[in-house]
Each structure stands twice: as structure tokens, then as C-alpha cells.
Write a protein that binds this ligand. Structure first.
Ligand code: ZN
Length: 195
């Protein structure tokens, strides 16, 4: 049985037995939070458990590294939609220890692409049309700085409404222990009011 078959076999039983009942909720986050974090497999269940989050408590946005790379990219857009359309009024950026994006080597990734059949011509064409693959595929060297940078991009976003705290945290991938990097409440207090 392949993965898809086993997923469907399980799913039919899941629905049939009404196993979804404990997870029923609304589209609006009960704890009014939106979280940006990493797609790391160790965090799938650990992160919600370690933060006491249940189904329906928070919007969860994931990517490789839990990084916000640009103010008008996909992640920032999702954060703003969560705030304006889905009743989130607090943002948490959560990086994690031992992240696969730490010290990632973009050149190595491109080499792997070539080995797996992507042609040199394709890579060259992308580069000559202005796509900087090295920049696009880069990770980060310093986890704390990466979290701070993502917090900065969201908290300085020109479309972020006033009064929305943006916190930066680091979670341990083994124990779930949290470390505070940026206290969004304190940062709000220090922000000059705009009139
Ligand atoms: Zn990670």
C-alpha cells in the first residue's frame, strides 16, 4: 500500500467513526494569535503542545526556517490576512534550535538540482532573467538574528495596524523549552505614536 492509499484508508475510517469531533472549531483563532514557524517535523505536535495550543487556538504559517524574508512575500501576506480578516491580533515568530536552514549551502542545493536532472541551461536562464538563486535558497547562520530580522520585517511593515505586538521566540526542538528573543509588548511601548 503506498502512502496515498494508506492515507485514504485511514481517512475513511476517521470520518466514519466521527474522530474529528474533538477538533471541531471555527476559522477564527480562539487565542487571537498568528504564528510563523518552521516546517521541521519535530515541531508538528511538539510546538502546539509546548505552547498549550489546541485546534482552533492559533493561525499557523510554516516554511523552511520560519523565516520572513521580505515584506511583500507570501508569509507577510498571510500574517496580514490573519490580522485583518481572521481576527488575529498578536504575531509570534518562532525559530528553533538545530534548524535545517542553519548554515544551508545554496550552491550545494543547486548542485543537487543539476545531479537530479535540472539542466545547466535552466539554471543559467533563471540567473540571466534576474533570479538570484543563491539569495533565494539561502538560510541563516545565526538563529537569534534570523528571528530578530523576521520580527523586524513584520513589526515595521507599513500595512501592519497599530497596536499589534510582534514577538520573537526560539523553541528547543527536543524539549519544547521557549526562549524569548523579542518581547513584542515592550517593543510596542517603545514605539513612538504616529499622528
Ligand atoms: Zn527548521
Amino acid at each position: 500500500m503506498n502512502n496515498l492509499d494508506s492515507i485514504f484508508a485511514f481517512n475513511r475510517q476517521f470520518v466514519c467513526e466521527h474522530s474529528y469531533e474533538p477538533y471541531r472549531t471555527t476559522r477564527y483563532p480562539d487565542k487571537r494569535m498568528v504564528i510563523v514557524t518552521c516546517m521541521d517535523t519535530r515541531l508538528t505536535e511538539l510546538l502546539p503542545k509546548a505552547l498549550n495550543l489546541r485546534n482552533g487556538d492559533a493561525k499557523m504559517i510554516k516554511n523552511a526556517g520560519g523565516i520572513v524574508t521580505q515584506p511583500f512575500g507570501n508569509i507577510a501576506r498571510s500574517v496580514l490576512i490573519a490580522i485583518y480578516e481572521l481576527q488575529a491580533d498578536e504575531v509570534l515568530i518562532i525559530g528553533h534550535r538545530d534548524c535545517g536552514m542553519t548554515g544551508i549551502n545554496p550552491e550545494h542545493i543547486v548542485d543537487s538540482m543539476l545531479e537530479r536532472g535540472v539542466s545547466e541551461h535552466t539554471v543559467h536562464t533563471l540567473r540571466s532573467s534576474g533570479i538570484d538563486l543563491m539569495r533565494w535558497l539561502r538560510g541563516f547562520n545565526n538563529l537569534k538574528e534570523s528571528v530578530e530580522n523576521s520580527v523586524r520585517i513584520i513589526s515595521n511593515h507599513p500595512l501592519l495596524p497599530a497596536g499589534v505586538p510582534v514577538h520573537g521566540l526560539i523553541i528547543d526542538s527536543e524539549t519544547g523549552e521557549l526562549e524569548l528573543v523579542t518581547d513584542g509588548y515592550a517593543a510596542l511601548g517603545n514605539k513612538p505614536l504616529m499622528f
